[in-house]
Design a protein around this ligand. Structure first.
Ligand code: DPX
Ligand code: MG
Length: 563
């Protein structure tokens, strides 16, 4: 292990060691030498995006499938664009190693103004901003510090499941530093304080033991903090009803006999909110309750009834136990929790069966219901369904997932445009899966270019582009001329991206027959993506969106209260 290597090669080895097969990149003169160094490592492929925003979202999507990811951009002009996706990764608990190639260190202390900056002598503003949206931000200024700083950042990302920022000056990527050793201590995860863990488990077991009708609720942080399997163990020990929050859809199998649906207050799945609301103890594992997930603060669970399991602490009916980690807590609780299936029995007694939509006539104008009916058929055990911000969220929530199917949503950050590059990144990290995206026309217009990278890398993604002629979610919350968007030829755009060497397919479906034919083509096409533009009426949205939109709008328009 002794000897030296370049800083760029040190970084490449570390990225390889933490399990990356790809990193996403955009060139600029401050990072070109770094990109050259990274290219020397043949075990990780450099993958390109059309702009830095997309690059950050592609890395965010890759981290969803792979657990961790990296993207490399150029200083300031590139970094600032990527910050949006990096902040999104922070919100969504995804460890993205965000690397920026920065100015020559000899310029920093001199009276030198530099391009791509604000035209002042401040060269720290990017690092300062990065600190707000990462869990560790480091800037290499001397080669001998590089191994320490790179390792410090990478281990923070893996430990905290948040993005980190590493700034490498353009005169440093080729400079020598000591070679990387084994990863071992970088991967060490913190352990709960034993006394605190025992106290938390004791209090939770006691609280659950006295409950008449407990339920379990899976939250969005369950996956990032490694609790999906211990959560299932706990659920099976208790035998109670198990609900999921929207961003945790697929974190507990929907075919499991204890599954009672998605909890989203009055717009959750049929019969679920009644059971959760009437439970006297709710164990929420890795939740994040915000205005969206509480449907505009109309579905706020009583803290007194909650066992609130955060990544690193637990609150049992308002009493906090610090230094208790989610996965260990759930595992220990599963060993001592008592059986109580009352909430599941309640659900089974009260549940109403959903009426399956009937098949529409193949030549009648396409409706949202018929579109979803057909998309449902595409979802198999090997599918990952990604849904973009908009009514695609609610269309996605209503989809039934067979065991093995996965669901991805960016509901905390909620950036329109996230889904196209994130799907690209996800598809790259999950080559064997059937990747299906549902995206609205407005969201698509933000980051549409990234379809060309799916074409470039021959990724057989199926994109259902819901053309409802505008920002329908906003139409339902509050309409105005700003919700109208310019019509595009969405199906035709694939040919623009194909140019003379691509094999993407684009179809427009205006009725059920055309949609069925396009889906058949898509399922047989493996040499690139298929985009199916589904044209529906502007107001053809889910009833959940209407109700949710009204409640969120009411929460947004509350006037200032004096307390
Ligand atoms: C906005 C949203 O067409 O979906 O189904 O028609 O709503 P629907 P579209 O993709 O439109 C999305 C649109 C404009 N949200 O309805 S959800 C506000 C918004 C945001 N992110 C950013 N800017 C604005 N969520 C970056
Ligand atoms: Mg739309």
């Amino acid at each position: 292990m002794s000897g030296t290597c370049s800083i760029g090669s040190y970084l490449a080895t570390r990225l390889e060691q933490i399990g990356l097969k790809h990193h996403f990149a955009l060139p600029g003169d401050y990072n070109l030498l770094l990109l050259d160094q990274l290219l020397l490592n043949k075990n990780i492929h450099q993958v390109y995006c059309c702009n830095e925003l997309n690059c950050s979202f592609a890395a965010e999507g890759y981290a969803r499938a792979n657990g961790v990811s990296a993207c490399v951009v150029t200083y300031s002009v590139g970094t600032l664009s990527a910050f949006n996706g990096i902040a999104g990764a922070y919100a969504e608990d995804l460890p993205v190693i965000f690397i920026s190639g920065s100015p020559n260190t000899n310029d920093l202390g001199s009276y030198h103004f530099l391009h791509h900056t604000t035209g002042t002598l401040d060269f720290d503003y990017i690092l300062d901003m990065a600190r707000c949206i990462t869990c560790e931000a480091v800037a290499i200024r001397h080669p001998e510090d590089a191994p320490y700083l790179i390792d410090k950042a990478i281990s923070a990302a893996l430990r905290e499941k948040k993005p980190v920022y590493i700034e490498i000056p353009c005169n440093m990527s080729g400079a020598q530093c000591s070679k990387p050793g084994p990863l071992s201590n970088l991967l060490e995860m913190p352990k709960s304080d034993p006394a605190s863990l025992a106290a938390a488990v004791g209090a939770a077991a006691d609280f659950l033991g006295k409950a008449v009708r407990p339920v379990l609720l899976a939250g969005p942080k369950l996956r990032a903090y490694g609790g999906m399997s211990t959560f299932r163990d706990l659920a099976e020990t208790i035998g109670c009803g198990v609900a999921v929050m929207p961003s945790a859809k697929s974190f507990f199998p929907e075919q499991h006999k204890q599954f009672i649906g998605m909890y989203l207050g009055s717009v959750g799945s049929l019969g679920c909110d009644e059971v959760v609301d009437s439970a006297d103890v709710i164990l929420a594992a890795g939740p994040l309750f915000n205005d969206y997930t509480t449907t505009g603060w109309t579905a706020v669970l009583d803290e007194g009834n909650l066992i609130h399991v955060d990544p690193n602490r637990v609150r049992v009916s308002g009493t906090t136990f610090d230094n208790v980690f989610l996965n260990e807590f759930l595992g220990e609780l599963a060993k001592v929790a008592k059986r109580n299936p009352a909430s599941l029995l309640e659900f089974q007694r009260t549940k109403e069966e959903l009426v399956k939509p009937s098949v529409a006539a193949p030549d009648s104008p396409l409706t949202r219901v018929e579109m979803c009916r057909q998309i449902q058929e595409v979802i198999n055990a090997n599918t990952t369904l990604l849904v973009a911000t908009g009514d695609s969220w609610f269309n996605g929530f209503n989809m039934k997932l067979p065991d093995g199917a996965k669901f991805e949503i960016e509901m905390q950050w909620g950036h329109i445009g996230w889904s196209v590059p994130a799907t690209f990144g996800y598809a790259l990290a999950a080559p064997g899966r059937r990747i299906v995206l549902m995206v609205g026309d407005g969201s698509f217009q933000v980051t549409a270019q990234e379809v060309c990278q799916m074409i470039r890398l021959k990724l057989p993604v199926i994109i259902f582009l819901v053309n409802n002629h505008g920002y329908t979610i906003e139409v339902e919350i509050h309409d105005g001329p700003y919700n109208n968007i310019k019509e595009w030829d969405y199906a035709g755009i694939v040919n623009v991206f194909n140019a003379n060497d691509g094999q993407g397919h684009g179809f427009r479906a205006t009725n059920g027959g055309e949609l069925a034919a396009a889906i058949t083509q898509a399922l047989g096409h493996t040499a690139g993506p298929t985009l199916i533009e589904c044209t529906i009426e502007r107001d053809d949205c889910t009833k959940q969106l209407l109700e949710w939109g009204t409640k969120v709008a009411a929460a947004n328009s509350r006037s200032q209260q004096r307390t």
